[in-house]
Ligand binder design. Structure first.
Ligand code: GAR
Length: 205
């Protein structure tokens, strides 16, 4: 078996997607391991989850830097130190620089069916729009906001009595399963990105 795929996971909050990856990585046959967890703020449950799992963590807070470019450069440098094969932005609420994205293949999970409802409030915007089906999208991050080539999607039916919190919780349950499945397949089988088409599988190596 080849070496496990090295994941750096970026978080900004509760880190339940990170936890799902940590749990999956506990099985060696999954094919990946989380080598570091980074955040843009201190004192979040996502970092605590990493610490409990014995995974190295780092924090780069925008307000600690004079310029956004300084923050971007510092984030790139610290991630580079962990030599990731793949970076997973799992609830990381910052845009990444083109330098970062040129350097690392980066996936992001978003709680809506892209290209619908990009940005910080996918579940709220979907509910306000009155859609009957929404979901989650895993995509390759590009320079836009939630615009990159799509790796995987999962639908979630909106219930009559949903509020933003209940809808987001159901999306997150489906999202975690989608993330774990796709990252594991990428780790074991490879990924090829050609324009907007993403293929996972032996031919993609
Ligand atoms: C997830 O639903 C993720 O898709 C969303 O934040 C949540 C993080 O949950 N991200 C975005 O909205 C990014 N636009 P978690 O911290 O429990 O994994």
């Amino acid at each position: 078996m080849h070496q496990p795929t090295r994941l750096v996971v970026l978080v900004s909050g509760s880190g339940t997607n990170l936890q799902a990856l940590l749990d999956a990585c506990a099985d060696p046959s999954y094919g990946a391991r989380v080598v570091a967890v980074g955040a843009d703020r201190e004192d979040i449950e996502g970092l605590a989850r990493a610490e409990r799992a014995g995974i190295p963590t780092f924090v780069r807070q925008v307000s600690d830097f004079e310029t956004r470019e300084g923050w971007d450069a510092s984030l790139t440098t610290v991630v580079e130190r962990f030599e990731p094969d793949l970076v997973v932005s799992a609830g990381f609420m910052k845009l990444l620089s083109t330098e970062f994205l040129d350097r690392f293949l980066t996936l992001n999970t978003h709680p809506a069916l892209c290209p619908a409802f990009p940005g910080m409030h996918g579940p709220r915007d979907a509910l306000e729009h009155g859609v009957k089906v929404t979901g989650a999208t895993l995509f390759v991050v590009d320079a836009g906001v939630d615009t990159g080539p799509i790796v995987a999607q999962v639908p979630v039916v909106v219930a009559e009595d949903d509020d933003v919190a209940s809808l987001h919780e159901r999306i997150k349950t489906a999202e975690r399963a989608m993330l774990v499945d796709a990252v594991g397949r990428i780790a074991r089988e490879g990924i090829a990105v050609e324009g907007r088409r993403v293929r996972i599988g032996a031919a993609a190596r």
